[in-house]
Every structure is written in structure tokens, then in C-alpha cells.
Write a protein of this length. Structure first.
Lengths: 299, 437, 286
């Protein structure tokens, strides 16, 4: 009987665990090793140990530092815009309004569209629709606006497309949190004559703090890893001059890692950058959750 | 290691069957339907007979090539599979992924020395094939033939002949930067009369890095030099820049940018650039004869031709002519004979000629082809081929991998936007060249 | 008071409506431009199409395009998505169940291993993964790249951490008594799991399946590495990218392709809306 139990234990674990080992754990370990070699990934070629050379090369590469900076910027602004929009949506669809279920579903729909497809839609909007709208409205500035030629506008264009996609999803989490706010508490506050902002601050806000821990984690991680939208919308462009160096203004880290490995033909260096990417993402995301958990308790 | 791995996998696969036998209830039904999906895949695997897999990069000829391959299979019984990736999913990157996989193509595509250097460990030379005697454009290294030329392509300054006539500009006079300058000024002053937005349809944005970083930059490498002269290229590959030549070249770039439409220049894609020329909103377009199918499918019917690029100072009477890409043979292919048969068939059989000329609208690189292209720019290329010393060499694919589109193309964009001035543009180009090895 | 409330409600409804219309605007652009011809779209992307019949023409073009292989791509995407959803959810539930019910050190270690998978970004394993899949082929002769089972195993590997985490949390809250009673009745472990535990887990199944479905159906980078680009098996995002990304950008056809990629999912969502939203809301609080 005991033996039987052990057998079932491993049998039940095996499919998920083995897949996980094959797909994540083993490649992860291989990746750490490869980042210390001159690995090329081409079948049949031996790789040689190079120590930390790939890491050294990375820190002296201006493009990498620049990419890091842009990724942080993109992530920081995205977290704000997505959570802001999501909260607004969530408030609206939990109020006493008509067709709220219909609206809620509508706000969620962009989330069904993948980054690649969505990127092409927005590329078309920025390139063709915006100038055409300028012509209709008779605003020459809008007609001649080349969003994807301007580094700052492109950054905001990417954030806009990402927000469009993701706010509806984050809204769902806030909706769940808001529906948990006890109605009696709000009514009691009404009787006490508390105004809207007061109620919001002292009752609703603490209730959504828990949700915020999740939503900020999700938005942060997903913004930091963004690849699909950039590839289809801006392809890393437009170029920009930064401190006397030519850079690709929307080449965020995920795109950068891929480009180093494939475009510049340097798999090992790409892998080393991926390791750093992982370390930074872990520190930032875990730190963020830790900080928010602490705040949650204090509130 | 071997044993553990196999054990793990076997365990994994056996599990599907094993785990559900213990319990028989309705929950098991959906689980079973998943099994066929797992096992169905090897259906394509048993390729006992010879099968040729081509992994190629021209999305625009995928349909035609697939049809030709089907006809070939009808004729010979040998299966040829065409796989294509191109465009935004750059072929070179996908090819690298392809070679990391466990199934490699028999034929793939390189574009020149850059590709050769990346892939030389994977290439087998062609030996004693019929097609080799029929072309001057095969890709050779140290006496060995490695590449089958896919086509002949050319670019110059493509012009709208009807419009130039209306403006009183003789395309034959466009042989130097001064002549271009005068012509551009004249046409620019007649914009309203001619109904154009700008003189030149030029693109330098993120979608069009091949136009600037490869084609335009090739002017620096080969314009004004005898065909086959690689002195400037060799210096570049050694990290040496010819600053005087760069300065002359930058004047040409500036001239083109000054007379281009800003929207097309900065964010345009292929469609908007060629479209601007096609709908007669520009008198010139910086593209090659590969735009023929686009023009024809959109009903463009004005007369056109190529004028030389005045990339550097002096007189020019040549356009850039070469083979854009080559089919190469994977040295690990188990179907080398079948590959040779297929390529010979394409170069020598009428079906092959018909495919290249009439279906794919290409200018074939083979002398035995008698069919003449009917497309406007391609037929102009055929005329340029007859001009003495009418060709400048294609060297843009012989630079280090990623240099043209990755390293220097963003500089053109920055220059076009005005982020950097001409002096800085020259300076940066020089710096990037000197950073090579 | 009542009047004021009414006014507020109307104002908020209007505000919501405006935001809703803005959200829908990109879809509107896609739909009207799918029904235009090439030059028509260059001339004016905002006007109504001259002839809605063009939509049908464009759909036929995309349907037969050999680079898009629409029907085959939809089929591949469906096989991969369904296969992965089924295996991720069932396998993860099985794993989570034994991990909860066997409180040993091994279980804790394995659970922690799964959890650590939650913070590993795809980028850090993607290059070695392809190499390792190739090694598996060299060693065992089993093709992992360019195959359905390879793709599905990859999704199990990446999907398991979150799914195991969610099932783990839920199973902890299920009382053991039911299962113990079944053991006394002579039910075997698999019977207990499939007949008793699985039905209780239904809400979490719904959540896990929805979350993974949206991810897998739309995923691009992972399938582009495992399946390759321009190969026999290609998912919808790969097909769209390979087509739309070519140098020749035909926006009319790209918009049609986008419409054809998005429409099935949106229609499915509209039909299953209630369940999906309920599943998401209940799952997200966890």
C-alpha cells in the first residue's frame, strides 16, 4: 500500500514536473553556463569557457545601458497609465450606470488581441489614421505629425497601445476588489455626511490596496518583458542621438537581447544580458511586492 | 545522461496512457482526445524518397516558386518544399534559428560574403553542374562555386519619364551631382504644375533600413569604380574609412533627403515609398526593378527608366547591377543530387525560364534564357546590361553581418530627422567603420 | 437626492460610453479598412469603404495566401491551444494535489521549485531551450522542435508554475474528509482524484484555462522559436507577422488578416462572456 502511494505520488507529479524541468530548469542552468562561454548555438560547434568576458562586454556597451534606461522609463509610465485607466474603468463599471456588464466586457476585449496583431493595428493608426484625421479636422500640425519618427512620441505610442491592451485585464482585478468593499460601510459613511473623496480615501482605497499589490506586480513584469508590441509597432525605432551615440530609441531589453543574439550574431552575449535581465526583474518585482505588502498592512 | 533523458521522455509519454487507466469515468474522455494531437505529427517525417527543402527569403515570389516546385514534382516525382520567411522577421535571424533546430533546409539563401562568412562551415560547393556554365553571376570563393544566382537585379534612380519630359529634364543628362541638383531644383519649382509632393520618393525610417544602410551605402563602396573593384570595401572590412569619399557621398545623401517628402522619408514603408512614385506624387524613386510587380498590380502605366546614382563626385554612366541572393547547398543535406537536379532544371528547362521571367517577374542570371521581361523597369535593366561599363558592383552584402542595416542605417534616419548635421553624419559613419575589428 | 443620483448616473454613463467608444475605435478602423482596396486605403483610411464587397474579396485573398495558410494556421493554433490547456490544467492539478496531500520535505522543495519558475522570464531560457530541444532529438531521436508535442510540452513547462500555484492554494482549503471516506470505500488514488477532487476544482480550472488560453493563443516569441517561421506548423501570430512583416506592406490585406485573426476569439468571448468574466474575477482575488 505504502509503495503504491509513492508510485502514485511520482506518477501524478511526473508530467508537470518533467515538462517544467525540461523547459525551464535545465535550460536555465544551461543558460548560466553558456553566458560564461563563447557559445554560438550552431549545432556541432564546441563552445569555450571565457569567464565573465560577456558580462564585461555588456557593461561597456552603450546600447545596453541605454536600453535599460528606456525599459525602466517605459515600465514606470506603463504601470501608472495602465493602473490609472484600469481603476477608472473599474470605478465606472461598478457604479450605478446602464449597461455596465456590456461596458465591462467591451473594455476587456482588447486584452484578447495579441501583441503582434495589436502592434500592426496601432502602427496603421499612427502612420495613416492620425494624419488623415488631421486632414479632416484641418489641423496641419496633426496632418504632418510623424509619431513613429519621434523617440518620445513613439515611447508614448507604445505605452498607449500597451495600455489599450492591458487596462481591461487589470480592470477585472480591481472590479473584484471593489465588489468586496462592504456596502454597509459606505452607507454608514453616507449617513455620517462623508464626501466622495473622504469615502474613497478611508474606505475604498485600503480595500484596493491588496489588489494593487497584484496589479502593479503584473503590469510591472509585463511591461518590463514587452516584446511583441514593440516588434510589430516600432521595431525598436526610431533612431535617436543620445550623448553623442546613435541609439534605437524603443529597443527595450527583451528586443535588445534578441537582437544581440540574432542580429549581431552573438548568442553568448545575448544570454549574458538575459541573465542580468532576469536578476534585475526579480529584484525589482520581489522588492515591489514586499514593499506593497508592508504598506497593505499599515493601511 | 543519454539514458536518463530517454527515460524521462518515455516516462512522460507512457504516462498519458498509464495514468488514466486507473480510473474509468467520464473525466477521462477529454484527456484522450489530446493523445492523437501528440502522435499525429510524425506523419510528415518519413521522407524516404528524396525531398528538397528550400528555405528562402523572398516573400513576394513564394507563391510562384511553390507553383513551380509543384510542376517540377509533376515532371520528376521529386518533392520540393518551399518555406519562406522575410521582411520584419529578418531572414538571417530566422535562418540562424533554423540551423539551431533539428531539421535543416537543403537549400537556403545567402546574399554575399557577409552571409558566406557566417555560414561557410555549412556550405558545400557546387561541382560540374550544367547551370554553372550559363551564368557570370554565380557566387564564387577561391575558385569554388557556392551560390546559384537567384536573379539579376538592379537599382538606379528610377524616374517617371513622362514627368521628366513635361518638366523639360533629359534623363540622359543625369550623370553627376551637379546635374541632379539642377534637375531637382527645376522640378521642385514646378511641383504644383506636375502635381507632386516631392521630387524624390526616398525612405530612411525603421522599416526601410535596407534602402539606406545597404543600397544607398553601396554607392560609397562601388560608385565610379570599375566592375568588381573592391578596394573601398576591403578598406572598410579592415576598419579604414575613406573620409574624402565619405564627404562626397554625404553630399549625395543630403541632396536626396532634401528633396524627399518628410513623411515618406521618416516613417514610410515600402508601400508608401513606391506608392508615392506609383501615383505620380514623386518624379524619382530610390528603388530597383523589384518594384515592377507592385507597379503592375496597381495599374501604373507611365514610362520609366533608371538614371545612374551620382553617389560620389564625377561623371557616372552605370547603375548597380548584381545578383541579390544565391541559393546555397547545405553540406549536411542528404539530398545533394536532388538539389542539383532541381537547380539545373530551373536554369535550363523552359518551365524554369517561364517561372523566372513570366511568373516571378525576375531578370534571370542565365544567358540561355531567351524570354524577355515585359515589366517596365526590368526591361530597362536588360538595356543597361548592354551598355559598356554600365554596371557598378553590388558590394553591400559583403560587409560584416549586421553592419549595413543594424549599425549604420540608424545614422541615416538621424540625419534625415535633423538630429545630426552632415558633418556629424560623416563623422559617425567614419567612427562606425573604424569600429570594425 | 434621488434626482441628483439620476444626474450622476447619466453623467457617468455618458463618460463610460465615451471611453467605450474610444476603446472600440481601433476595431472600427480595422473593420472599415478591411473592406478597401490597396489604393483606396492610401487615399483615405477614415472614410467609409466604397464597396463592402471588397471585404469578401480581401478575405478570399488572405484565405488562399500560401504564406498565411489561414485555415491551417487556425487549425495549428487550435490544436496547440487546446492541447496545452488540457495538459497544463490536468497535469498541474494532479501535481498540486499530491503536493498538498503529502506533506513531506520533498513536496516542499518541489513546490518551491515550481514557485521559483514564476519569476523566471522567458528571455532567460529561450536560447538554451532551443538548444536543449535539439539535444533531446540527437539523444533520443524524438523531434521536439517543429512539432505539436514539443510545443505543448513547452507550454506545460511555462504554464505549470502559475497553475500549480493556483491549484495548490485552492486544494489546501478543501477538507480531506471526502477523500478519506473514498479511500475507505476502496477507491484508488486516480479514482479519488478524477472522480472526487477534479469536480471540486472546477472554478479554478475555469480560471486557469482562461488565463492560459489568452496567453497561448496570442503568444509569439515562444512558438516562433520552437516552431520556426515559415514552417509547416505555424500559429496565427506567426502567420500574421510573416505576412504583415514583409517589405511589401499592403495595409488593406494586413487589416483583413488582423480582422480574421481577432474575430474568432472575440466571437468566442462574446458567447462565453459570463463564464470568462466570472472565472477571471474569482481567480484574480486569489
Amino acid at each position: 500500500m505504502k509503495k503504491n502511494n509513492r508510485l502514485y505520488y511520482w506518477l501524478f507529479l511526473a508530467p508537470a514536473l518533467i515538462s517544467f524541468l525540461i523547459v525551464v530548469v535545465i535550460p536555465f542552468a544551461m543558460g548560466i553556463y553558456y553566458s560564461l562561454t563563447d557559445w554560438t548555438a550552431v549545432a556541432g560547434l564546441k563552445s569555450n569557457w571565457v569567464g565573465f568576458a560577456n558580462y564585461k562586454a555588456m557593461f561597456s556597451d552603450f546600447a545596453f545601458k541605454y536600453s535599460f534606461m528606456r525599459t525602466f522609463l517605459f515600465t514606470a509610465i506603463s504601470v501608472i497609465t495602465i493602473n490609472g485607466m484600469a481603476l477608472l474603468f473599474a470605478f465606472l463599471v461598478t457604479r450605478e450606470i446602464k449597461f455596465k456588464n456590456f461596458f465591462r466586457a467591451g473594455f476587456f476585449i482588447p486584452n484578447l488581441i495579441g501583441g503582434i496583431v495589436l502592434g500592426y493595428i496601432w502602427q496603421f493608426i499612427f502612420k495613416s489614421v492620425v494624419p488623415a484625421a488631421g486632414a479632416y479636422l484641418g489641423i496641419p500640425a496633426l496632418e504632418e505629425l510623424l509619431i513613429l519618427a519621434d523617440p518620445t512620441l513613439t515611447l508614448f505610442g507604445l505605452i498607449m497601445a500597451f495600455t489599450w491592451q492591458y487596462a481591461g485585464y487589470i480592470m477585472m482585478i480591481y472590479v473584484a476588489a471593489l465588489l468586496n468593499v462592504p456596502q454597509e460601510l459606505l452607507e454608514a459613511a453616507d449617513i455620517d455626511g462623508a464626501n466622495f473623496f473622504h469615502k474613497f480615501k478611508s474606505i475604498t482605497l485600503p480595500m484596493i490596496a491588496q489588489a494593487f499589490t497584484i496589479t502593479s506586480f503584473l503590469t510591472l513584469v509585463n511591461a518590463f518583458k514587452q516584446y511583441d508590441i514593440i516588434i510589430a509597432l516600432s521595431k525598436g525605432g526610431p533612431s535617436d542621438m543620445y550623448k553623442g551615440e546613435i541609439v534605437n530609441s524603443s529597443e527595450m531589453l527583451a528586443v535588445h537581447i534578441y537582437n544581440v543574439a540574432f542580429k549581431y550574431n552573438n548568442m553568448a552575449e545575448g544570454q549574458a544580458r538575459a541573465i542580468i535581465f532576469f536578476l534585475v526583474l526579480s529584484v525589482v518585482s520581489i522588492g515591489q511586492v514586499y514593499y506593497n505588502k508592508k504598506r497593505e498592512v499599515e493601511m | 545522461m543519454k539514458r536518463i533523458l530517454s527515460l524521462m521522455l518515455v516516462l512522460m509519454l507512457v504516462f498519458g496512457a498509464l495514468s488514466f487507466t486507473g480510473c474509468s469515468s467520464t473525466t477521462e474522455e477529454p484527456a484522450k482526445t489530446e493523445e492523437p494531437a501528440k502522435t499525429e505529427e510524425p506523419a510528415e517525417e518519413p521522407a524516404k524518397d528524396q525531398e528538397v527543402v528550400i528555405y528562402q527569403n523572398k516573400v513576394e515570389i513564394h507563391e510562384q516558386l511553390t507553383e513551380f516546385a509543384a510542376k517540377y514534382t509533376e515532371e520528376t516525382g521529386v518533392k520540393v518544399t518551399v518555406k519562406t520567411s522575410g521582411g520584419d522577421s529578418p531572414y538571417a535571424e530566422n535562418l540562424k534559428a533554423e540551423f539551431q533546430s533539428d531539421r535543416q533546409p537543403d537549400i537556403f539563401v545567402i546574399e554575399g560574403m557577409g552571409g558566406y562568412n557566417t555560414w561557410k562551415s555549412k556550405l558545400a560547393p557546387f561541382e560540374g553542374q550544367e547551370w554553372m556554365g550559363l551564368t557570370d553571376l554565380a557566387f564564387n570563393v577561391e575558385g569554388n562555386t557556392f551560390g546559384f544566382p537567384v536573379a539579376v537585379e538592379a537599382w538606379g534612380m528610377a524616374y517617371n519619364a513622362d514627368m521628366l519630359e513635361k518638366a523639360g529634364v533629359d534623363p540622359a543628362s543625369l550623370t553627376s551631382q551637379e546635374a541632379y541638383k539642377a534637375a531637382f531644383e527645376k522640378i521642385d519649382s514646378m511641383k504644383e504644375e506636375l502635381g507632386i509632393d516631392s521630387v524624390v520618393a526616398m525612405a530612411a525610417g525603421p522599416d526601410m533600413r535596407w534602402v539606406t544602410g545597404l543600397h544607398n551605402f553601396n554607392g560609397y563602396l562601388s560608385a565610379g569604380l570599375p566592375y568588381g573593384d573592391t578596394t573601398v570595401l576591403d578598406k572598410l572590412n579592415n576598419g579604414e574609412a575613406d573620409v574624402d569619399r565619405l564627404t562626397e557621398y554625404a553630399d549625395w545623401v543630403e541632396l536626396l533627403f532634401n528633396y524627399a517628402d518628410k513623411a515618406v522619408l521618416l516613417t514610410g514603408n515600402y508601400d508608401s515609398q513606391v506608392g508615392q512614385f506609383g501615383v505620380q506624387k514623386a518624379a524619382f524613386v530610390h528603388q530597383g526593378n523589384w518594384i515592377d510587380p507592385w507597379l503592375m498590380s496597381n495599374g501604373v502605366d507611365f514610362n520609366m527608366g533608371f538614371a545612374p546614382h551620382a553617389s560620389v563626385y564625377g561623371e557616372h554612366n552605370a547603375i548597380f547591377i548584381g545578383a541579390p541572393s544565391y541559393y546555397v547547398l547545405n553540406n549536411e543535406s542528404e539530398n545533394k543530387d536532388a538539389v542539383n537536379d532541381f537547380l539545373n532544371f530551373m536554369a535550363t528547362n523552359e518551365l524554369g525560364h517561364n517561372y523566372m521571367v513570366n511568373e516571378a517577374k525576375m531578370v534571370p542570371a542565365f544567358k540561355n534564357v531567351t524570354l524577355m521581361p515585359d515589366a517596365p523597369l526590368s526591361s530597362n535593366v536588360a538595356e543597361w546590361l548592354k551598355v559598356d561599363n554600365g554596371a557598378y558592383t553590388w558590394l553591400q552584402n559583403d560587409m560584416p553581418d549586421g553592419f549595413g542595416m543594424g549599425t549604420i542605417a540608424p545614422l541615416y534616419e538621424a540625419f534625415a530627422k535633423g538630429d545630426i548635421d552632415k558633418a556629424e553624419f560623416i563623422n559617425q559613419l567614419q567612427k562606425k567603420i573604424e569600429e570594425i575589428e | 437626492m434621488g434626482n441628483k443620483k439620476k444626474v450622476v448616473s447619466i453623467v457617468l454613463t455618458i463618460l463610460t460610453l465615451i471611453l467605450f467608444l474610444l476603446t472600440m475605435f481601433p476595431f472600427f478602423i480595422v473593420v472599415i479598412n478591411s473592406a478597401k482596396a490597396s489604393l483606396e486605403i492610401i487615399m483615405d483610411p477614415l472614410k467609409r469603404p466604397d464597396d463592402w464587397g471588397q471585404l469578401w474579396t480581401n478575405i478570399k485573398i488572405i484565405w488562399t495566401k500560401p504564406t498565411v495558410k489561414y485555415a491551417s494556421s487556425v487549425l495549428s493554433s487550435t490544436i496547440i491551444t487546446l492541447g496545452s490547456l488540457l495538459t497544463i490544467s490536468v497535469f498541474s492539478a494532479m501535481a498540486a494535489w499530491v503536493l498538498v496531500r503529502n506533506k513531506t520535505k520533498t513536496s516542499t522543495v518541489i513546490f518551491m521549485l515550481f514557485i521559483s519558475g514564476l519569476i523566471i522570464p522567458f528571455q532567460v531560457v529561450m536560447f538554451p531551450l532551443v538548444s536543449f530541444f535539439r539535444v533531446i532529438h540527437e539523444v533520443t531521436g524524438i523531434h521536439m522542435l517543429r512539432t505539436y508535442h514539443g510545443m505543448i510540452i513547452a507550454y506545460i513547462g511555462f504554464g505549470a508554475p502559475l497553475a500549480v500555484f493556483m491549484f495548490h492554494g485552492f486544494i489546501k482549503s478543501i477538507p480531506k474528509e471526502l477523500e478519506e471516506a473514498a479511500t475507505i470505500d476502496g477507491c484508488s488514488k486516480p479514482q479519488i482524484f478524477f472522480k472526487i477532487v477534479m469536480p471540486i476544482l472546477k472554478p479554478i480550472f475555469v480560471t486557469v484555462i482562461i488565463l492560459n488560453a489568452i496567453w497561448i493563443w496570442n503568444d509569439f516569441l515562444l512558438p516562433s522559436l520552437v516552431l520556426g517561421v515559415g514552417q509547416d506548423i505555424q500559429t496565427i501570430p506567426i502567420a500574421i507577422q510573416n505576412f504583415a512583416g514583409s517589405f511589401v506592406k499592403k495595409w488593406d490585406l494586413i487589416m483583413t488578416a488582423v480582422l480574421m485573426a481577432a474575430a474568432p476569439v472575440i466571437v468566442l468571448f462574446i458567447f462565453l462572456q459570463k463564464h470568462i468574466i466570472k472565472g477571471m474575477v474569482s481567480g484574480s482575488i486569489k
